[in-house]
Design a protein around this ligand. Sequence first.
Ligand code: FAD
Length: 397
Amino acid sequence: MRDEYDVIVVGAGPGGSTAARTAAEECDVLLIEKRQEIGDPVRCAEGARRAPLLEVLGLSEINEKWISSEINGARINAPDGTFVDITAEMLRLEDPFYYVLERKIFDRDLAKNAARAGAHIMVRTRATGLILEDGAVKGVKMNRLGDDFEVRSKVVIGADGVESQVGRWGGIDTTLKVKDIGSCAQYHMENVDILEKTVDIYLGERYSPSGYAWVFPKGERAANIGLGIQGSKLNAKRPIDYLNEFVADKFPHGQPVELVVGGVPVSDALKTIVGDGLMLVGDAAHHTEPMTGGGMPQAISAGKTAGEIARKAVRQNDASVKVLGEYETEWHNSPFGKQRTRMYKAKEFFFERSDEELSRMVRAVQGVRPEEMTMRGVAMHVLKNDPRLMLMIRHLL
Ligand code: FAD
């Protein structure tokens, strides 16, 4: 085993594997993953909008193997039982405009791409600390099957997900406020009556205080059924307790074949995501979109940019913040980075609404026609249906 690489990436999720593949096009790269199987268990509802996903992957067509379900509609269910259907046609998007993926295959393929680009991969290998010299990161302390050892590198990319420790070890404050953690539980369920091409979203206190419940189709009569709750709303009742109530009410004949629990960062942007010799990507850098909790495309996009800047740092033999800071600037100026604060404000607004207010909002957009599906068109529709509601939401427009 080598004791030095140009770049070490910690965590083989979508962010880490993409960073490793990109950096490996020019550099010696080591990608380490603490689990024994990359991509398993899946801690994700596996949903992604088609266009941004293809764009961050740099593909014109999706690999069929990655797709579990093709989606052409969304149903938003209000607490009072009213709902609104949004279709691909209304959004003027391609049909399908959304996929539910097979992340076990998808994540594994991203790691395979890193390997094919030349990255060296080690599974069952956990980062336990960083090698720090004069405040700069110079490598990673690791444990593999009980053996402790150290590997040096010019650059370390922390892609170790929501429970990231790499950032903290490197002196970056990645603390999340409790209200900025989405606490989730999800079953993969079989034998469920679902709308097979529609993602179904349920709002309201009953099932997901300051969050939402989802039903993401996974083929015929199967779905990822889960919910996320704002951390500060948790008490003795756990997300799994809410989920059990939800499935008992909505899918009494459903049978779980898999349970996942996990957190999602739903915070405003983390300003500092680099240090000397260190970059953070994906959930480790709180890149998740705060309104929905989706973070796959964001992690892939950040991984690609981080990999490119790592190459530059190695080429210039300078891994200081001066060079790695370009990644931070590029991220904050990227489409994902730019919309971040607006989406955080939208999350803060929507997740503080009462059940009555959420129901009013869904009622106000009922009957919106495809030709009204612009920001202005929807605003005019709401104004006509419920002028006082417009006053409440005007600062979001
Ligand atoms: P991860 O995918 O979390 O990968 C991090 C990797 O690092 C893991 O493999 C982990 O084992 C490894 N690791 C951690 N610590 C160490 C260590 N010390 N040493 C070595 N390896 C380590 N996003 C969407 O886009 N769509 C969705 O529908 C969606 N649904 C979700 C539902 C749930 C219930 C949850 C919890 C999340 C959901 N997300 C969703 C978020 C999405 O899963 C993440 O944003 C995405 O996986 C982030 O990718 P990543 O590469 O940053 O981190």
